[in-house]
Design a protein around this ligand. Structure first.
Ligand code: FBP
Length: 262
């Protein structure tokens, strides 16, 4: 862990990362209800909102679309990622080098690690290479810390999420992105387990404005540093209203009720 409060992907100690790597991870099915969002430019437009500190995309999308947004959006280059067509034990091939991410203008790096998978050893080695190379460019490393594999029946139980944040600290991440463990208390323990490293919540499938904001409120109360979210933002036809409310809950400490009232 290195100090990243001065990094472009952090605002007042907090982060709101807009993730849009779902075309690879899940396939175009995630865009079914919002087909216009198949055009990555539409989501880059959303990422120009003040609340968003970085947009996380794969290399191909960065190559094609980031040049038009480099003045308005901070780039988090996701270095690995796998398709939903892969039926084997959880794994995530490295699709982009750190050198190329830096060339594309990345402000930060993203890397998925499936601790508990039979591929854990290789994934840790790949993470090590990326993390150490990233240090040469002073690029913060956001770890999608997702324990997963045949031996793990419940990947969001409190002890698993606390283990996920701790692993991220131990192997050199600067931010751990983890699933919500189901309660504020469990999230608080996961944050504590990470020491001084930042922990952000992974968004999950789309819920109502109120349900989502209430969870974000609980996560912030638990001491987390924000959010790395995809579907709960860009699957809305007009994400601006939700981003306005998220800005209040994340950076201004407002409640979900207050943020929605204004
Ligand atoms: P969401 O907020 O839409 O859940 O996105 C977060 C994310 O980590 C994406 O970056 C990624 O594409 C997806 O979730 C992977 O989710 P999973 O591995 O659980 O299918």
């Amino acid at each position: 862990m290195i100090p990243i409060d001065d990094s472009p992907i952090v605002r007042d100690g907090k982060s709101l990362i807009l993730a849009m790597d779902h075309g690879l991870e899940h396939g175009p099915v995630d865009f079914k209800e919002v087909p216009e969002k198949l055009d990555p430019s539409t989501v880059f437009e959303t990422a120009t909102h003040d609340a968003v500190t970085a947009m996380a995309v794969q290399k191909g999308v960065a190559e094609g679309y980031y040049p038009s947004y480099e003045d308005d959006v901070n780039l988090l280059l996701k270095l690995n990622g796998t398709s939903n067509l892969w039926m084997g034990e959880p794994d995530s091939p490295v699709n982009c080098s750190v050198d190329y991410a830096a060339e594309l203008g990345a402000d930060a790096l993203g890397f998925t690690v499936y601790s508990g998978s039979n591929n854990e050893v290789e994934m840790y080695e790949e993470f090590r290479d990326a993390q150490e190379k990233g240090r040469e460019y002073d690029l913060p490393m956001v770890m999608w810390s997702y324990p997963r594999g045949q031996g793990l029946k419940n990947d969001t139980k409190p002890s698993t999420i606390s283990y996920a944040t701790r692993i991220a600290l131990e192997i050199g991440a600067d931010i751990a992105k983890v699933k919500y463990p189901g309660s504020k208390e469990a999230m608080a323990h996961a944050v504590k387990s990470a020491g001084d490293m930042k922990v952000v919540m992974s968004g999950g499938s789309k819920t109502s404005d109120y349900e989502f904001l209430s969870t974000v409120e609980a996560v912030m109360d638990a001491g987390a540093s924000g959010l790395a979210v995809g579907r709960n933002v860009w699957q809305r036809e007009d994400p601006t209203q939700l981003l306005d409310a998220l800005e209040k809950v994340i950076y201004e400490g407002e409640t979900a009720d207050a943020a929605l009232e204004e």
